[in-house]
Design a protein around this ligand. Sequence first.
Ligand SMILES: [Cu+2]
Length: 114
Amino acid sequence: MKALFTSTLIALVTLGAAPVQAAGDHAGHGMAMQATASTEMQMVDGVVKKVDKSAGKVTLSHGPLTNLSMPAMTMVFRVKDANWLDQMKAGDKIRFMADNVNGAVTIVHFEPAK
Ligand SMILES: [Cu+2]
């Protein structure tokens, strides 16, 4: 009777722990996959043409934006974080992600190109 109780307890502990472990692995894996996918899809090269801090906009010559079905061109972008405008000046090469935010094409991720 005591042996049965012990093995039942071990079984319960094992069953209880396994789903938690599996869920943790799964969540971490999902996040990693998503980050990789969005980076590959949306990070685009651009060259700064003009920065308009008062309007919160920057003019970029950019490569194709596949997520927006947009070919390479020169155009004005809004920026999600106005502080990024302080890190850009005409002639700078940057890498960025753009998305359509409330009808305005907006830079949602920015980093200086190395
Ligand atoms: Cu464009």
